[in-house]
Design a binder for this molecule. Structure first.
Ligand SMILES: Cc1ncc(C[n+]2csc(CCOP(=O)(O)OP(=O)(O)O)c2C)c(N)n1
Ligand SMILES: [Mg+2]
Length: 875
């Protein structure tokens, strides 16, 4: 707020001088002049607080507006039809059963924002354009389906199947889900906050593709629609400075500021548009506010004293919401009624005319101009803050009301009012039945729709996986990993880095590899790649790197291949998703490898990983320094002992916990084959460790077992027990087998289990098939084929739930050891003893499983196991 003016006349002179400059030399000169004055003031020691806010009016001045091309009448009718069909869709689904749910109010507030985009801006991919990428607010889906219906892309039957994806084949899904509608939706957006984050990294990835000369994305834009409530998610705002810093002028955010979220106002006591303006401008964005519709223009033009703009600034969002939930008389009384000057301003207007004073987000011309300015803007991302009314047109059924978000029904009276307001040609019966309405194909509105989409290259949204498969190198490309390491000790992390190094050298595949790191390359021994591949930077390297003289210096490069995301796992994961879906969105297969640091992997980015599955992402995730006891010095909030449980819940994620270099090579090779050559929509999660040990050569014929989840690595005559081990704990299992033989004369067979998760899936399939085909010869799970009814013991570096997954398919008695509980830091040996997964506990478990109680008790004594200690998960 300004202080009281101590010299009104002096102020007036300054303002008049400024007015004159604006009039004679234009606003740019005025800006220049003001900046110079401010600069001078600063230099003279005047304390200045920089304000990032502009007045609460439209950013684009009326005199700078361009007329909207096309047929405004047809466009209005089309929009109205879409509005109606979107309402009809939700209401019909809820006639079926109110279980199904759906949203009406959000799309009604956003209809103009979407339709201006569809009719004037968003290009579909074609010969001369790669296509724009539009992230659509998830619960606005009914409007998007309604448009596709009018376009002839969806049938009435499909609309009737809204939210009935199972019972009505072709029924359209609740929200944007590429998994369920792979030809339609590109981006899963309904988990709030993920879409803004993913859109930012998508835009950056397009700069990457262009910079590396892989796919020219220069004319393409990423448009991201979000709600104003959604902007409260930390993920929504969390990466906006990256977008500013990277000057992502291919990115446009449209925030639908309808001032409401689910429960009530977003900022009842404040102003969400002003707040977002400050934040985005501070982060280096171009901000365009679209607050008032054209019916306000004459009033604003007549506001010589500034009283109206002051009143606009003073009224709070909570007030604005209430105005729209009431009527014209209420607005006259409560908005204009605060002063005689404002009251006079609307004296000649009827209540009806006051009520018709529209908000910017519902004015197609204002929205068109904002979009036009955004698409022309260079050097910065743009955010459009559009003020709208939630439940626009719903009248007494919810317009501007706190309950509107979840309204799935409108009364007959409200439906009739809706028809009249949008001038829909519907009979009373059609209104009562909330019948879908599609005019004849040659009607002006459908002709308009078709012509516009044809001019813009085709229908949207549409998902078009069109990337050609890339030839996968033969397994022998990784021969050095298959041959074993002899006496040399390495970690599986190192084995992975060598596989990656071999891949990037491959002529065909090499350029398509995208290594992604969140500031942990040195941890994983990947720093050699900095120099070799370069770190992507749009500006290259403008400084002299400190380590320039060294072989492996920190090289930033316009053509750099590595994405170094800094300490930002959600951002890195979003980059990974952009790369992993490039085959569908950019017409080129990219194969990302994102290596993260133990628990800061799946645990940190679980919701994004789920969205990746929905997105049909293809790529590799590497849990570096994984396991509860291999990252031994780090302790409780680092050591990951459960990511294999988290990854197991994603249906199309294939998880592996390999122990040996050759297993790493075989799994990655097969992943490349499945994802690239066979174009399967799966992604891979591998845990790799930092513990160094010797790796044997691959036994002959091991591949099938490695990929299916287990293969026998030790077979002993007269073995009485079957031991299973994964990752580094496999070595404890092998040592346990030695102890059993030496100390107790018990022979064991040993398997390396590369994936309990894959084994379980295979088991579930057999079990299900058998249950549904009781008359036929039963199928056997792979586990059941591999093991027999001798007792079995499994140990891993993960909690017991991981090996427990295969329990139903293990033929004999089965005991599992695991690392349940909070992690600790100590020596590996000590931690494995603490969590009871070391060789001694393996031996004790085996003796118990064999029913050798006496020997088990003896072993507990001999190995000095404290059998009265509290369980590790209680400590
Ligand atoms: C992470 C997450 N939390 C909660 C929800 C449930 N939800 C769906 S819409 C909504 C309110 C959205 O308000 P706003 O972002 O302002 O969108 P509007 O509908 O007003 O356009 C909520 C809470 C969700 N989809 N995702
Ligand atoms: Mg909202």
């Amino acid at each position: 707020m300004l202080k009281p003016d101590v010299d009104i006349q002096e102020t007036q002179e300054w303002l008049e001088a400024l007015e004159a400059v604006i009039r004679h030399d234009g606003p740019e000169r005025a800006q220049d002049l003001l900046e110079r004055v401010l600069e001078h003031a600063r230099a003279s020691g005047v304390p200045l607080e920089v304000k990032l806010n502009t007045p609460y009016v439209n950013t684009i001045r009326v005199e700078d507006e361009e007329p909207m091309p096309g047929d405004a009448v047809a466009e209005h009718r089309l929009r109205s039809l879409i509005r109606w069909n979107a309402v009809a869709m939700v209401m019909q689904a809820n006639k079926e059963s109110s279980e199904l749910g759906g949203h009406i109010a959000s799309y009604q507030s956003a209809a103009t924002l979407y339709e201006v985009g569809f009719n004037h801006f968003w290009r579909a991919p074609g010969a001369d354009h790669g296509g724009d990428l539009v992230y659509i607010q998830g619960h606005s889906s009914p409007g998007i389906y309604a448009r596709a219906f009018l376009e002839g892309r969806l049938t009435e039957e499909q609309l009737r199947g809204f939210r009935q994806e199972v019972s009505r084949p072709g029924g359209v899904s609740s929200y944007p889900h590429p998994w369920l509608m792979p030809d339609f939706w590109q981006f899963p957006t309904v988990s709030m906050g993920l879409s803004p984050l993913m859109a930012i990294y998508q835009a950056r990835f397009m700069k990457y593709l262009t910079g590396r000369g892989i796919a020219d994305s220069t004319s393409r834009k990423v448009w991201c629609f979000t709600g104003d409530g959604e902007m409260d998610e930390p993920e929504s705002m969390g990466a906006i400075s990256l977008a500013g810093r990277e000057r992502l002028d291919n990115l446009i955010f449209v925030v639908n500021c309808n001032l409401q979220r689910l429960d009530g106002p977003v900022r009842g006591n404040g102003k969400i548009i002003q707040e977002l303006e400050t934040n985005f401008r501070g982060a280096g964005w171009n901000v365009i506010k679209v607050i008032w519709g054209n019916r306000w223009d004459p009033l604003l033009a007549a506001d010589h004293s500034g009283a109206l703009v002051r009143r606009m600034e003073e009224a709070l969002d909570g007030d604005y919401q209430t105005y729209k939930a009431r009527d014209g008389a209420f607005v006259r009384e409560h908005f204009f009624g605060v002063s005689e000057e404002l009251r006079a301003m609307v004296r000649d207007m009827s209540d009806q005319e006051i009520w018709a004073l529209n908000r910017g987000g519902h004015d197609p011309v204002k929205v068109y101009n904002a979009y036009l300015a955004a698409t022309r803007h260079k050097g910065q991302p743009t955010v459009i803050l559009a003020k709208t009314v939630k439940g626009y047109g719903m009248g007494e059924a919810g317009e501007g009301q706190n309950i509107t978000h979840q309204q799935k029904k409108m009364t007959e009276k409200a439906l009739f009012a809706f028809r009249d307001r949008f001038e829909l040609e519907l009979s009373d019966d059609e209104v009562r039945a909330t019948a879908f309405h599609k005019p004849p194909d040659d009607s002006p509105e459908l002709t308009f729709l078709r012509e516009r989409r044809e001019a813009l290259g085709g229908s949207l949204p549409a998902r078009r996986p069109s990337a050609p498969a890339i030839e996968v190198p033969p397994l022998s490309a990784f021969q050095s990993q298959l041959d074993g390491t002899g006496d040399r000790e390495i970690s599986t992390t190192m084995a992975f880095v060598r596989v990656l190094a071999a891949l990037v050298r491959d002529k065909q595949f090499g350029p398509h590899i995208v290594p992604i790191v969140p500031d942990e390359s040195r941890t994983f021994g990947m720093e050699g790649m900095f120099r070799q591949l370069g770190i992507f930077s749009q500006v290259g390297q403008l400084y002299q790197p400190e380590d320039r003289e060294q072989l492996m210096f920190y090289k930033e490069d316009k053509k750099g291949q590595i994405l170094q995301e800094g300490i930002n796992e959600p951002g890195a994961f979003s980059s990974w998703i952009a790369a992993a879906t490039s085959y569908a969105n950019h017409g080129v297969t990219m194969m990302p490898f994102y290596i993260f640091y133990s628990m800061f992997g799946f645990q940190r980015v679980g919701d994004l990983a789920w969205a990746a599955g929905d997105s049909r992402a293809r790529g590799f995730l590497l849990g570096g320094t994984a396991g509860r006891t291999t990252l031994n010095g780090e302790g409780l909030q680092h050591e990951d002992g459960h990511s294999h449980v988290l990854s197991s819940v994603i249906p199309n994620c294939r998880s592996y916990d390999p122990a040996y270099a050759y297993e790493v090579a075989v799994i990655i090779h097969d992943g490349l084959r499945r994802m690239s050559a066979q174009q399967e929509d799966v992604f891979y999660y591998l845990t790799v460790m930092n513990e160094n040990y010797r790796h044997p050569a691959m036994p002959e014929g091991a591949e099938e077992g490695i990929l299916r989840g287990m293969h026998r690595i030790r077979e002993t005559d007269g073995a009485r027990i079957q031991l299973l081990g994964s990752g580094t704990i496999l070595r404890e299992v092998l040592a346990g087998a030695d102890l059993l033989a030496e100390d107790f004369g018990v022979a064991a067979d040993v398997w390396s289990v590369t994936s309990f998760t894959e084994l379980r899936r295979d088991g579930m399939e057999a079990e299900r098939w058998n249950a549904l085909h009781p008359r036929e010869a039963p199928r056997r799970a792979y586990v059941t084929e591999q093991l027999d009814d001798r007792p079995t013991v499994a140990a891993t570096d993960y909690i017991r739930a991981v090996p427990d997954q295969i329990r139903p398919y293990v033929p004999g008695p089965y005991r599992v050891l695991g690392t349940d509980g909070y992690g600790r830091s100590d020596l590996r040996r000590v931690l494995r003893r603490f969590f009871e997964v070391d060789r001694h506990h393996v031996a004790v478990a085996a003796l118990n499983a064999l029913g050798e109680a006496e020997k088990a008790a003896e072993a507990i004594e001999r190995y000095e196991i404290d059998h009265d200690a509290e369980a590790p998960w209680l400590r």
